[in-house]
Design a protein around this ligand. Sequence first.
Ligand SMILES: NC(=O)c1ccc[n+]([C@@H]2O[C@H](COP(=O)([O-])OP(=O)(O)OC[C@H]3O[C@@H](n4cnc5c(N)ncnc54)[C@H](O)[C@@H]3O)[C@@H](O)[C@H]2O)c1
Length: 256
Amino acid sequence: MHILITGAAGGVGRLLVPELVENHQLRLTDARPPPDPGGRAEVVVGDLTDRRLAARLCDGVDAIVHLAGNPRPGDGWDLLRGPNMDTVTTLLEAAGDAGVARIVLASSVHAVGGHYQRASGPGAAPVSDNRPPYPCCRYGATKVFAEAAARVYADAYPLSAICLRLGGCRPAPPHRGWLDTWLGVADLGQAVRRALRADIRFGAYAITSANPRPVFDLGAARDDLGYSPTEDPDAYADGLPEGPSTMCRPRMGDRR
Ligand SMILES: NC(=O)c1ccc[n+]([C@@H]2O[C@H](COP(=O)([O-])OP(=O)(O)OC[C@H]3O[C@@H](n4cnc5c(N)ncnc54)[C@H](O)[C@@H]3O)[C@@H](O)[C@H]2O)c1
């Protein structure tokens, strides 16, 4: 498959490219130069909100993995709008016009983070994917926007869209605050590979590793994508320092 990966120089992009480069033809793009995986990928540097660049990037690819964005939940609209909303609309428009078949979009568990406090209380059930989006912050709201925009294009064009509500992705959880939403690299790779192939027109799925005390229900990802995480965050728990949750606490709405 010929795949465009946006945000390839970022933290998630650097982890994902090695997961895909063996079996796919990759076109990597970012505003800053991504690492070159040994001459095995085409690299294009530029601003994804540039329509002409987006058209060029989408030309001839079968699928897109859209990672370009601002991943910081504490940021305000001025820092979020361009990376998380303008890149999405520019890319969707270009992908639709170019006849790209599939976009896999990096959403976030913050798109459903408003459910988190209830779900993480004593005896609470995991947050179900079937619940409506409930962002906990401006960042989460930009991800809900991205999901909604992708759905519009999945209806209007022969472009199917799979939104992955990614948990915190690192090779290992850096502290205990990451344990309940951590996403390991092998599971990230599996989720994206399955999303690229799934026979689904549109969907949005929580994606974390195999947490023994899940906060986000992975049932929809299992059923629709065949996602079956293999990495257990508890394998890293011994000796990990304490740290704050990766989720917003309190939710913005609690600050009134
Ligand atoms: N890091 C995580 O654990 C995590 C968790 C959930 C969701 N996500 C989402 O995954 C995606 C990647 O996250 P990350 O941690 O790799 O972020 P990152 O900041 O490390 O990388 C994002 C990349 O996007 C690029 N970018 C931003 N705006 C651009 C533009 N207009 N044109 C071209 N390139 C642009 C940046 O240069 C950067 O290299 C983001 O959409 C983020 O919201 C990340």
